[in-house]
Design a protein around this ligand. Structure first.
Ligand code: GDP
Length: 301
């Protein structure tokens, strides 16, 4: 992870060290930290939150450089953990012996298919009976691509080869197959058309209805796959999806390719959603359950 966050760390940490390294933290330094955070795609809300907390602390005590960095880490960790306290599932821990259904959403190119492949691998490796439902029926290549990923980790893919297939019908078939196989984690790929919010909403709510009807006891998650390299621009996409999809968490991808890893803080603060996984590479192993501690250490140490 440290390596994956290298660009972001270099972007933030070196400057941060030179700002706080000059002695006990003062107001001028806090202003410089504010500018640095904004520039690192942390976003206005999360930056305000961090700066307010820092200023509050400064009124109470003198912060030498090490203490300033330690306090900053603590503020960021607490902020990243706030939504997780509402739903305490930060690690890879779907409920055993139950059908968990994870709806994977996100615009084309965000890394959704790759993430499904990585998740299927992680799930299989962690001893869960895993299945993929290829309900991105809009893109012809999507089903093939997801099958390639499935075969890499030996996870079966349920798809419907018919033309103009209804995604909800694929979900129906996938749930039937999941029940027959005692599947514990069903990963559902969905279409990533953002151009038409109404279609997206209708499609996702139809899928939800099928799930509620066919698998009322399943533990359903709706995860948004978000490309970190988009920085603040990605948040706008995320907002559209969060209106359409009752999201329960975010998978932040491509952290390895960007200096904009600070966007993780903005995602949590602005959307109020936990980051569940982070992708930092194109390989099958390059996905990790999100840990605020690990993330902050990788960023600021
Ligand atoms: P989809 O259209 O959302 O399904 O996106 P894909 O899964 O096809 O991914 C789009 C591109 O992003 C591919 O070239 C992937 O290899 C790449 N990609 C996905 N996740 C990551 C990641 O975490 N790091 C890097 N560097 N590339 C990634």
């Amino acid at each position: 992870l440290r390596q994956g966050l290298d660009k972001t760390r270099r972007n933030i940490l070196n400057q941060l060290k030179s700002i706080v390294g000059q002695g006990p933290l003062n107001q001028a330094a806090v202003m410089e930290i504010e500018a640095l955070l904004l520039q690192a795609d942390v976003g206005v809300e999360a930056t305000d939150f961090i700066i307010d907390a820092l200023q509050q602390k400064l009124r109470e005590e003198v912060l030498p450089p090490d203490a300033a960095i330690a306090y900053l880490k603590q503020i960021i960790r607490d902020m990243l953990d706030t939504p997780i306290q509402k739903s305490p599932k930060s690690a890879f821990a779907p409920e055993k012996d139950t059908l968990n259904i994870w709806l994977m959403t996100g615009v084309n190119g965000a890394g959704k298919t790759t993430t499904i492949g990585k998740l299927a691998h992680l799930s299989q490796k962690s001893g869960y009976k895993t299945l993929i439902g290829a309900a991105d029926t809009f893109r012809a290549a999507a089903v093939e691509q997801v099958k390639v990923w499935g075969s890499r980790s030996g996870v079966e893919v349920v798809s419907n080869p018919g033309k103009n297939t209804d995604p909800a019908a694929v979900v129906f078939d996938a749930i039937t197959a999941a029940k027959a196989r005692n599947t514990e984690l069903l990963l559902v790929d969905t279409a990533g058309r953002l151009q038409n919010k109404k279609n997206l909403m209708e499609e996702l709510s139809k899928i939800r209805r099928i799930i509620d009807k066919k698998a009322p006891n399943a533990k359903v998650e709706s995860l948004l796959v978000l490309d970190a390299t988009l920085g603040q621009n990605g948040l706008r996409q995320a907002e559209v999806f969060s209106q359409a999809a009752q999201l329960s968490g975010v998978v932040l991808t491509k952290l390895d390719g960007t200096a904009k890893g600070g966007v993780a803080l903005a995602v949590v603060k602005q959307l109020g959603l936990p980051i569940r996984f982070i992708g930092a590479g194109e390989g099958i192993e390059d996905l990790r359950p999100f840990s605020s501690y690990e993330f902050v250490e990788a960023l600021l140490s």
